[in-house]
Design a protein. Structure first.
Length: 94
């Protein structure tokens, strides 16, 4: 299971446990669910930040490759630059 899927599952299940626990007056279940949900959301936020940082790195690498490729008339390097810039855009917008 991917980390994103696992975090989504744990967040959803934690929220459900919290809701059921509150509905039946079981504060232990509600607290356990809230903790599970918070942990999953925290992990997902950390992963999103890491992916965003990788995207920035690919954007910078792509810009450099495009500039050098254009200045040296190296179309292959320029194309790799466009690819890295596009990859960075995708990673930053996940």
């Amino acid at each position: 299971m991917t980390d994103r899927l696992s975090n989504t599952y744990n967040s959803t299940m934690g929220g459900a446990k919290e809701t059921v626990g509150r509905a039946v007056g079981n504060e232990s279940l509600a607290g356990s669910g809230a903790a599970q949900k918070a942990e999953a959301q925290s992990k997902q936020s950390a992963q999103d930040a890491e992916t965003h940082a990788k995207g920035l790195g690919h954007n910078i690498q792509g810009a450099a490759q495009k500039a050098v490729g254009g200045a040296t008339n190296d179309r292959s390097m320029e194309a790799r630059g466009h690819g890295n810039a596009a990859l960075g855009d995708v990673e930053r917008n996940v």
